[in-house]
Design a protein around this ligand. Structure first.
Ligand SMILES: Cc1cc2nc3c(=O)[nH]c(=O)nc-3n(C[C@H](O)[C@H](O)[C@H](O)COP(=O)(O)OP(=O)(O)OC[C@H]3O[C@@H](n4cnc5c(N)ncnc54)[C@H](O)[C@@H]3O)c2cc1C
Length: 495
């Protein structure tokens, strides 16, 4: 076995990506590697990124963070899913929850039993049988792994938090674990003349920082992987046309609901993220269909509480780098690509790339096989999430604006066409085994956006009509009891 010759890791950028990377490497590699993070207060961070998905709990566990301390110091709240308003059609809404509806029986997914009942006229929607929906409706939250002594899974959750407090929290953690932070703007990059590897960076102060491996966390600019190493960018705007956002904080919500809200607008959508001390809001839109001025007005008009600042504009191009790791440099975070925040996946992608980099970290001078594997897996992960996002736009009945007519009629990747056709036929989900989104997620978004399967799994016929009615009734009773025992989200936070 070869001993690693990599002694020094340099992370450039101190946004969420840089500090997650620093924290994870410091925690898992300990003193095996020296870590230096370079960032510039003068440049600052993108300053958004406040909603997450349940996988973040795994990161917090690996880091050994205490949940109470974490939620308190980031002014966090709990999140059971995302409510999509006006997406399938104006006037409709659905919650994409982090949990399963009902409970599976004899290995048949619950939604198939529900589809059978619906085919014979049952008038309750799938969410009538969702524990998460019931808790969200009553603004309740608590820790519940399983529901009583039933086989129903409990509440799966994630967090909302203040992005700047989160970065500060991870910075304090990283510094306690030995990461050295250097303030400065990178002005020059030096390469090894033989290998082309990055040898060092020089800061505006004249200080030179050498390293064996570099992580580019410089945000949309991608200073090392993009600008210096010349790795190109695949533009996915034809499928995900939004290219702009304006963000604004507003006063906190009177009732702290445990979910993010995403409301479709004429040329994009607006997010609402409830935090303990304020509400995060933003309008994501396509500038081909609305001016920045109009987009700002839409944002302010859609606020539930008083704004606390002026809207702040951000531009982006949806897509990914052709490669995520080249030479001795990997890009993580916005430097590696961007998928809009509709399903809160960017922080997850950071976490997943960091853990993949740790798993495949070079052991010697030749890391070509590790690099290949890393690039292959990152590309596939980006593409799976891309397809799930496109589904929200493409599967719509809305035709009330040019933007929605474009989305409804645009060509989509074959991989997504197949999934939509399979679900439309029999309610089955053709997801890849390593897809981030579970079967329950695909089912909720397909149904929520208005796809009605023409058939259902014949295995759902295993119950008699009377047994099916009893089963559905029992599921609902179990949910009502479980939610009855939960505290309000606010009371849980106060504890
Ligand atoms: C509108 C919008 C909404 C979003 N909402 C969500 C969400 O709800 N959930 C989610 O998971 N994600 C969300 N994201 C994504 C999330 O914000 C990012 O993934 C996350 O903040 C990571 O950003 P970053 O660290 O890659 O880049 P940045 O925050 O931009 O940090 C870049 C760092 O690089 C440094 N830097 C740059 N150039 C230099 C230089 N020359 N020298 C030295 N330092 C330099 C900067 O100082 C900074 O420290 C959203 C993104 C956008 C645009």
């Amino acid at each position: 076995m070869s001993e690693s010759t990599l002694r020094k890791l340099v992370i450039v950028g101190g946004g969420t990506a840089g500090w997650i990377c620093a924290a994870a490497f410091a925690r898992l590699m300990g003193k095996a590697i020296e870590i230096e993070l370079v960032e510039s207060d003068a440049i600052g961070t993108v300053g958004v990124g406040e909603a997450t998905i349940p996988q973040i709990i795994r990161l917090n566990t690996i880091l050994g963070l205490d949940e109470r301390d974490f939620v308190k110091k980031t002014n966090g709240t709990f999140k059971l899913g995302i409510e999509f308003v006006d997406w399938g059609q104006l006037g409709t809404k659905y919650l994409h929850t982090f949990g399963d509806a009902g409970m599976n029986l004899a290995s048949v997914p619950f939604h198939q039993y529900w589809a059978r009942a619906a085919a014979s006229g049952h008038d309750k929607d799938l969410w009538h049988y969702s524990l998460h929906q019931a808790a969200a409706d009553q603004a309740k939250f608590g820790k519940m792994d399983r529901v009583g002594n039933t086989s129903m899974t409990g509440l799966a959750y994630a967090y909302h938090f203040d992005a700047s407090l989160y970065a500060a929290y991870l910075r304090a953690f990283s510094e306690q674990h030995g990461v050295a932070r250097t303030e400065g703007i990178v002005k020059e990059v030096s390469r090894d003349s033989e290998t082309g590897n990055i040898a060092s960076i020089t800061l505006d102060s004249g200080k030179e920082v050498e390293g064996d491996f570099f992580v580019d966390c410089t945000g949309f600019r991608a200073l090392l992987l993009g600008e210096e190493l010349g790795i190109g960018y695949q533009d996915w705007s034809k499928w995900l046309p939004c290219n702009s956002a304006q963000a604004v904080p507003s006063e906190r919500l009177e009732t702290l609901v445990p979910y993010t809200r995403a409301t479709a607008k004429k040329a994009g959508w607006q997010w609402r993220i409830p935090l303990q001390h304020r509400t995060g809001n933003g309008h994501v839109y396509c500038s081909d269909f609305i001016s920045d001025g109009q987009a700002g007005e839409v944002l302010i008009a859609g606020l539930d509480t008083k704004p606390l600042a002026d809207p702040r504009p951000i531009r982006f191009t949806t897509g990914r780098r052709e490669q995520f790791w080249s030479h001795n440099c990997a890009a993580i975070g916005l430097a590696s690509g961007f998928l809009e925040p509709l399903e809160s996946t960017s922080i997850h992608l950071i976490q997943s790339h960091v853990s993949r980099l740790l798993q495949l970290f070079p052991t010697g001078k030749d890391a070509s096989k590790e690099r290949e594997e890393y690039n292959r897996r990152c590309a596939s992960e980006f593409e799976q999430i891309r397809d799930f996002l496109i589904l929200h736009y493409h599967q719509t009945q809305r035709e009330d604006s040019e933007f929605w007519r474009y989305c409804k009629n645009m060509d989509i990747p074959d991989s997504l066409t197949h999934k939509m056709e399979l679900f439309g036929s029999s309610g089955r989900v053709g997801r890849d085994a390593d897809d981030l989104f579970r079967e329950a997620s695909w089912v909720q978004v397909m149904l929520g956006q208005g796809v009605t399967p023409r058939g259902y799994d014949p295995m759902a016929n295993g119950l008699t009509d009377a047994q099916l009615t009893e089963f559905l009734g029992n599921v609902r009773t179990v949910i009502e009891r479980a939610v009855g025992s939960l505290p309000s989200h606010e009371a849980f936070l106060a504890q």
